[in-house]
Design a protein around this ligand. Structure first.
Ligand code: F6P
Length: 387
């Protein structure tokens, strides 16, 4: 691997050295790590596994701060020694920081008129990466970050990807770390809604994250005994939702719990967006929970309340499952670097951690399979999916 990676660096020998920020060691492979997009519980565990796996091979690791800002902006790079990653496996967030406005191919610049626009700074990034003497990049991120990783690899950068997102929507891996923690958080929150819903005989509507995939809503909704679960994958009929609530009323169950994925939409309707895409970012979804609550209240006459669980789903200590998956991903990513398996992503295909070409997964969202036993379980339990 070393000769291959060094070849790449020497190929870039002509690049400017004035961006050089990290003292270059005479020997040893130098691995850069970047965390991009929304944070997810388990990121720190991945970083720790990479750093320790590298250290045990006599290699060096460096963290690029806040996505790629450490190479393209002023955020800098941090040397990641075993000391720096001690005691972080159980911590949420990322010690490197992250941003969802850090795409080097769509870098946001502000003009003299204050207006923001996007420019392609991928060549600058590649030059800064080479000037820093890095041999490989391990890019930890969701679909957007993996697309960037793939595009950088196409331009010659030796990149290995690690999939991350609470949404669990990355193809090529049965699970992403962060998902299990988000589901646990959501399940606990829905559990807590039951007593207040029952005491007040109300309908409680809770909107959960997940973008265009309903994994968090489906898994936590079933686990927490929701009465209705609305997913982006199944456009709903509000009358069917109300019928479920009316049927519960008739059966003497005077409260109901409705779980709505933020990307859910009515039949013939559109996904709701609370904020249109600004330069360098994506649309922010939201608002469907309160819309569903209002419609239920109007149609059934039931007192209805709604809440948005929001970013609490991204926080907290990763569950045991997420910690282990994250540690396995980090170690497997380092082994992929050692094998020179660039352009590949690690993925979970139980019981193995596998390697998949990043090109095979980017731009292909992993949606909930409507024939899966999880969906069938929801239906068998009498949960309405609004269809
Ligand atoms: O992709 C993870 C996620 O938490 C989505 O579920 C959610 O739609 C989005 O990020 C929120 O992003 P932001 O942190 O920009 O509000």
């Amino acid at each position: 691997m070393r000769s291959r990676a060094r070849c790449w660096v020497s190929f870039k020998r002509g690049v400017r050295r004035d961006r050089f920020r990290v003292p270059r060691s005479a020997f040893g492979v130098r691995i850069a790590i970047s965390t991009g997009g929304g944070d997810a519980p388990g990121l720190n565990a991945v970083i720790r596994a990479i750093v320790l796996s590298a250290y045990n091979r006599g290699w060096h690791t460096y963290g690029i701060r806040r996505g790629y800002n450490g190479l393209l902006g002023d955020d800098g790079i941090m040397a990641l020694t075993p000391d720096k990653v001690r005691g972080i496996t159980h911590l949420g967030g990322t010690i490197l920081g992250t941003t969802n406005r850090g795409n080097p191919f769509r870098w946001v610049v502000r003009g003299s008129d204050g207006r923001e626009s996007e420019v392609d700074r991928s060549d600058d990034l590649i030059a800064a990466f080479a000037a820093s003497g890095f041999d490989a990049l391990i890019s930890i991120g969701g679909d957007g970050s993996l697309k960037i990783a793939h595009d950088l690899w196409k331009k010659g950068m030796p990149v290995v990807g690690v999939p991350k997102t609470i949404d669990n929507d990355v193809m090529g891996t049965l699970a992403t770390f962060g998902f299990d923690t988000a589901v646990s958080t959501a399940t606990e929150a829905i559990d807590k809604l039951h007593s207040t819903a029952e005491s007040h005989e109300r309908v409680m509507v809770v909107e959960l994250m997940g973008r265009d995939a309903g994994w968090i809503a489906l898994h936590s909704g079933i686990a927490a005994s929701a009465d209705v679960i609305l997913l982006p994958e199944i456009p709903f009929d509000i009358e069917k939702v109300c019928n479920k609530i009316r049927a519960r009323e008739a059966a003497g169950r005077h409260f109901s719990i409705v779980v709505v994925a933020e990307g859910a939409k009515a039949q013939g309707g559109e996904t709701l967006i609370i904020e249109r895409r600004a330069a360098g970012t994506v649309d922010r979804l939201g608002g469907i929970g309160s819309m569903v609550a209002k419609a239920i209240g109007d149609r059934t006459g039931k007192e209805t309340r709604s809440l948005v669980l929001g970013h609490i789903q991204r926080g907290g200590s990763p569950t045991t499952f997420d910690r282990l998956l994250a540690l396995r991903f980090g170690s497997a990513a380092l082994r992929a670097v050692a094998d020179g398996a660039f352009g590949m992503m690690v993925g979970y295909a139980p019981p193995e951690i596998v390697r998949i070409p990043i090109i095979d997964v980017v731009g292909k969202m992993k949606a909930v399979n409507l024939d899966s036993d999880t969906v069938l379980t929801a239906r068998d339990l009498g949960i309405s999916l609004g269809d």
